[in-house]
Design a protein around this ligand. Structure first.
Ligand SMILES: [Zn+2]
Length: 320
């Protein structure tokens, strides 16, 4: 008999796995996965073909799509992609992707807020790990305005965050405060949350067009443009100036090392309209400096998405 708790709001997949294991008296993640596999009747050969996220959605009695969208970091990590952008997160046809990266994190370490721990213990009787605290660059809890605590060992997710209250590191109050006062950081975090809430990714070409249109109007130079001059600023330099080296070092450390005025492909390349997506982070950094608000950025992505859909429909109708 397996005790199957409901996932809590925004609860991280790995934390949920740990909670299921602890409630059922299982000591570690590997044994917990085996136990769920047996419970689901999937023990034996088929086990390796079943993504862990599929096991968790069975435990939670949710659809795979719903579990992936509400409890994994995939909607953020795959928020802007060149790989099957029309495929919703957690789609049945994405088993290979879910098996390879279903429970993957978005940054190293396990982050939590001490005040959320206390509030959750009061309200739910237990504390749990939240997805929003695992977004790269998040230094404090939005709800409590307190610096986040963290543990370097990712196996910590198997235990409740309350287990680390006296045994964790903390972001300094001064750094957390500085980041919260930076409007570019605020826009970045809001755009990341927007991606985390979406059931489907943005096509990288759509995002790149939106960013390029905006960059041209802002007078930024495009690294691929023959009219490049030293007088017009580069996107990578503008990003570094807006966010500051201390904060950028955590989300995009290579950018800190970049000499001023030199093109950095992984950052300036988001304006090339290329087919391959880099990590989602440089696109969000670019959007945060090019748009006045996170809503403007996400609305612009949606507008360009609509234009692209119409274009495709017209092309299809011409072929008929
Ligand atoms: Zn909190």
């Amino acid at each position: 008999m397996l005790v199957r708790p409901e996932p809590l709001p925004d609860e991280l997949d790995r934390g949920y796995l740990g909670r299921v294991g602890r409630i059922n008296g299982i000591q570690n993640e590997r044994h917990c996965v085996s136990m769920i596999t047996s419970w689901a009747g999937l023990a034996g050969r088929s086990r390796k073909k079943v993504p862990c996220v599929e096991l968790l959605r069975r435990i939670s009695e949710m659809t795979t799509k719903a579990f992936v969208c509400r409890h994994t970091m995939l909607p953020f990590r795959r928020g802007i992609t060149s790989c099957q952008p029309d495929m919703p997160h957690g789609d049945a046809s994405s088993r290979t992707m879910l098996r390879a990266s279903g429970l993957r994190l978005a940054r190293p370490g396990s982050y939590f807020c001490c005040e959320c721990v206390a509030a959750d213990q009061d309200f739910h009787g237990i504390s749990y790990w939240r997805r929003e605290h695992q977004i790269p660059g998040t230094l404090r809890c939005d709800k409590h305005s307190t610096p986040l605590c963290y543990v370097d060992d990712e196996r910590s997710f198997y235990a409740a965050p309350s287990a680390f209250l006296g045994n964790c590191r903390s972001i300094s109050a001064e750094r957390a405060q500085r980041s919260s006062e930076n409007p570019a950081v605020r826009r970045y975090l809001e755009i990341c949350s927007g991606l985390l809430d979406r059931p489907i990714p943005f096509d990288v070409q759509v995002v790149s067009r939106a960013l390029t249109g905006r960059a041209c109007r802002s007078g930024l130079q495009r690294a691929s443009s023959p009219r490049r001059t030293a007088a017009t600023p580069l996107l990578s330099d503008v990003v570094l100036d807006a966010f500051g080296t201390d904060w950028i070092a955590q989300v995009f450390p290579d950018l800190v090392e970049k000499p001023r005025g030199e093109v950095m492909n992984r950052m300036d390349g988001v304006l090339y309209q290329g087919k391959s997506a880099f990590s989602v982070v440089p696109y969000v950094l670019a959007a945060s400096v090019l748009f006045g608000s996170s809503d403007d950025a996400l609305d612009s992505f949606l507008d360009y998405e609509e234009i692209e859909k119409r274009r495709r429909a017209e092309r299809a109708s011409r072929r008929v």
